[in-house]
Write a protein that binds this ligand. Structure first.
Ligand code: ADP
Length: 273
């Protein structure tokens, strides 16, 4: 399904985590097809923002008028919303690797790459006896594994893959419903240099195919050339939002991370020292 409403349209959204005001009056608008990186130091509210997409966190009432629309709608069935957004968090990667969901007391079960992708059709972790897996689902799963450059791993268990390979498989899982976006939470955490390069290459291909890539990160090098816009978050507030060449500067990032940072641009990529 393709829609013309903005992918994200947040007006004055505040979220408490316990007693902490984790998002403080966040307003942002992201169009379908637009690629953005959301950048900020640990604890600034990046994961909380993603949890508003997945409906694990809800806006606080009583902090002024606010609205949170995703693809033009305020009210969503959570599973439908997750399917439309194509969300890959590190929690999901862990659950897929362990073959076990944190939501259900399912028995641990180790799954192959193909089954992991197919499980996306059922919003489950792993494929279970009651799931009716069709040949079309298998074909889609294999095509998506190929798109992510891991077709050769289709029959391998996730527990026998590198972290970078697992992540690409879980990204393939997020694409089974042809979502409007791919939302990535710190996608290169704990990856080595080669795995980072391969993952960024795979995400570039997806960005070029017309889906919005919305990436939350604290690594400048994750900001692939296709991402033109960055949103800087500090202490739960959007402190800057604009073109990356204007915002990814030593002065702005020194201020954002509250430590001296030198930003170096090489070609279309940025690095921080
Ligand atoms: P980030 O992802 O940018 O590191 P988070 O969104 O995880 O930041 O956290 C934002 C703020 O909310 C931080 O101050 C953090 O300590 C707090 N926080 C996060 N999770 C919880 C929680 N479950 N209970 C209480 N405070 C939390």
């Amino acid at each position: 399904m393709r829609v013309s409403a903005p992918l994200l349209d947040y007006q004055n959204v505040s979220v408490y985590r316990g007693d902490t005001l984790a998002l403080d009056g966040v307003s942002l608008r992201v169009a379908v097809g637009e690629h953005v990186a959301i950048l900020g130091p640990n604890g600034c509210g990046k994961s909380t923002l993603i949890k508003t997409f997945t409906r694990e966190c809800y806006p606080a009432s009583g902090r002024g008028e606010s609205s949170l629309r995703i693809l033009g709608r305020q009210a969503w069935d959570v599973n439908e919303l997750r399917r439309m957004l194509g969300i890959v968090t590190n929690d999901l990667v862990d659950q897929c690797t362990r073959g076990m969901s944190s939501d259900f007391a399912e028995l641990p079960r180790r799954v192959t790459a193909r089954d992991t992708v197919i499980s996306g059709f059922f919003s489950s972790i792993g494929v279970w006896a009651h799931h009716d897996v069709t040949p079309a689902m298998r074909e889609t799963a294999d095509a998506l594994l190929a798109r992510l450059g891991v077709a050769h791993l289709a029959d391998r268990l996730l527990t026998q893959m590198s972290s970078g390979e697992v992540r690409r498989v879980v990204i393939a899982r997020a694409l089974v419903h042809d979502p409007s976006s791919l939302v990535l939470d710190e996608p290169t955490n704990s990856l080595d240099l080669r795995a980072m390069r391969d993952l960024r290459g795979a995400v570039r291909t997806i960005a070029q195919s017309g889906l919005s890539v919305v990436m939350v990160t604290h690594h400048l090098a994750d900001i692939i050339p296709e991402i033109a816009r960055v949103i800087l978050i500090k202490r739960g507030r959007v402190v800057d939002d604009g073109p990356k060449d204007a915002l990814l500067t030593s002065a702005r990032l020194t201020d954002l991370f509250e430590m001296p940072i030198e930003v170096v641009r090489r070609g279309d990529l940025y690095h921080a020292w």
